[in-house]
Design a binder for this molecule. Sequence first.
Ligand SMILES: NC(=O)c1ccc[n+]([C@@H]2O[C@H](COP(=O)([O-])OP(=O)(O)OC[C@H]3O[C@@H](n4cnc5c(N)ncnc54)[C@H](OP(=O)(O)O)[C@@H]3O)[C@@H](O)[C@H]2O)c1
Length: 329
Amino acid sequence: MSSAIRFSHPGPPDVLRLVPVERPEPGPREVRIDVAAAGVNNADLLERRGHYPVPPNAPSGLGLEVAGTIGAVGRDVTEWRPGDRVCALVAGGGYAEETVAPAAQVMPIPAGLSMVEAAALPEVACTVYSNLAMIAGLKAGQAVLIHGAGGGIGSFAIQWATAIGARVITTAGSEAKTRAALELGAVEAVNYRTDDFVSATLAATDGRGVDAILDVVGTTYLRRNLECLAHDGHLVVIGGALGPVTFDLGELLSRRASISATLLRGRPAHQKAAIVAGVIRDVLPLVESGEIRAVVDTVFPLAEADRAHELLESGRTVGKVVLETDHHH
Ligand SMILES: NC(=O)c1ccc[n+]([C@@H]2O[C@H](COP(=O)([O-])OP(=O)(O)OC[C@H]3O[C@@H](n4cnc5c(N)ncnc54)[C@H](OP(=O)(O)O)[C@@H]3O)[C@@H](O)[C@H]2O)c1
């Protein structure tokens, strides 16, 4: 037997319980990981409240990213061996002592990283890379607007974009978060509660606008985001308020701009494999050299997943919340 966090009905954080579960068995192209640490994501909060479209065939239980040691490999896995220290993107079941992951979604842990730091990496690295590098094509010398600087995603996106040589403008809802964003490399950090991000973005780019926007706010920002885009710019939406919104298509046409929206968890296996391969090639070396890191706010024991959810829900965090099992040493 093994243990995992489960909930029997949607509700507040205290529905989460550590319970005994069957030990998961890896399929032919999967590995079983002895989980040392698991990242907590906004999607987990939504799923716990019953508001998340869980993809069909996703493993049971919350948890989209883990770090640990490979315990067993499936019949057709040749690239990983028991004992390897890895982190992985999983489609569910990460809040557990053991979980299974497709071999193509497993990454080596960069030298020098703790299990906790490694568990905070897969979701932010894959989301930022797939959107800003693969979709928006962000390059050195370009400008990017990153909303939600205090979040796990925002804090990583600022560092990655800065590390590749882009100029980062960012938004957050408090002075503590805008200060942290400047320390991570942003050239301009706007407190959206007191200042207008459109005029700040245009001022910071001499009126030209930005080449890419990473958006976590959704419908209410759509029109203002378009005003910030430079010619040939890309708006990549990854979350926030969804629903009908009207905007002037001419704003896109005149700028030759594009809008995309993606959810990492539901992407087909071949797309996730391509994203993970890109992250291993282009992002992990920057982590290994110490240039960038996933920012960790607080660590809780796995059994206290309810407290971890309460903290992430409070909006007080800068960076990620991570759960740790008894295997973390
Ligand atoms: N599509 C995907 O594949 C994908 C993958 C991972 C995450 N996501 C989504 O991306 C978002 C960020 O994830 P995360 O892990 O970074 O979450 P997080 O750690 O909870 O951070 C969200 C951040 O957004 C800030 N924020 C909220 N409203 C804002 C606004 N109007 N303007 C600027 N910032 C605002 C929040 O704090 P302040 O308001 O205090 O600044 C907070 O710092 C979530 O919605 C998540 O569901 C999507």
